[in-house]
Design a protein around this ligand. Structure first.
Ligand SMILES: [Zn+2]
Ligand SMILES: [Zn+2]
Length: 260
């Protein structure tokens, strides 16, 4: 299995996954216009996507899921509560994703990926984190949660590649340009992970198989790649896991593909 973060941040999130001949996306939060060249660059042809997993209804995750599914004749998997949202309504097929469930995605030539969904504390209900498994290799995509959560850590453990939210630095958020109510929202238990909370989740999620960590959903106003990297490195060092490769997902360019 291979994964490639095509975009990450408050202006849009999208990760491409290949498993044999199957291609799927976790989130489609960019406009079709922005996403199309990135998909082409990643070698995904017209009608080349089989499935789109949507984590939640916020537009930076769901924006073009339905339109893209229509173009590719793909299945959209999303929480039942958001099935009537405009962002997914155009999908030719919708399938309900729910917390605690594991189900199988099928590719065009018999490849399968087992997906496990887990509910996350976030201010869009429900929000899901996903673990994808193909031939004993596991990818976890965990963004948009407001606090350290033991159940989430247990449910999404043992990844080979972990895409984890490092949204903001608490000092930068406090001193930054956001209004007080937005600061409370982002920093609250149903907002986003700060670098310390993300490190605490990393501590719980870094199992023996983890080889690559992708820092994701970084705030452009309330964090810097250096601060997020420092927090992640410090944690990995404490854990004696300096062998884990760390990458930072970008908003405006795709990361190279990662072999899971
Ligand atoms: Zn969100
Ligand atoms: Zn988001």
């Amino acid at each position: 299995m291979q994964c490639r973060v095509l975009s990450s941040g408050s202006r849009g999130n999208c990760t491409l996954v290949r498993a044999g001949d199957m291609r799927l996306l976790v989130d489609a939060g960019l406009t079709l216009r922005a996403l199309t060249p990135r998909l082409e660059e990643a070698g995904v042809p017209y009608r080349g996507l089989d499935h789109i997993l949507v984590t939640h209804g916020h537009l930076d995750h769901a924006r073009s899921a339905g339109a893209l599914a229509k173009r590719h004749d793909a299945v959209v998997h999303c929480p039942e509560a958001m099935m009537k949202n405009r962002s997914v309504a155009r999908a030719p097929r919708l399938s309900a994703a729910s917390s605690g469930r594991t189900w199988e995605l099928e590719g065009p030539y018999g490849d399968t990926v087992a997906v496990h969904a887990q509910a996350l504390p976030h201010d869009c209900h429900p929000t899901l984190g996903y673990r994808l498994q193909h031939e004993e290799r596991r990818l976890v995509v965990l963004t948009d949660l407001g606090k350290v959560d033991e159940q989430v850590a247990r449910s999404l453990s043992d990844a080979h590649v972990l895409v984890l939210e490092f949204n903001h630095c608490t000092e930068m958020l406090a001193e930054g340009p956001y209004t007080d109510s937005l600061k409370r929202r982002v920093g609250g238990d149903h907002g986003h992970l700060n670098n310390d909370q993300a490190s605490a989740m990393l501590e719980r999620l870094a199992g023996p198989n983890l080889h690559t960590l992708v820092l994701a959903h970084l705030s452009e106003k309330n964090n810097t790649p250096e601060r997020a990297m420092e927090a992640a490195f410090g944690t990995l060092q404490r854990l004696g896991r300096t062998d884990v490769e760390v990458m930072i997902a970008r908003q405006d360019e795709s990361l190279p593909p990662i072999e899971v």
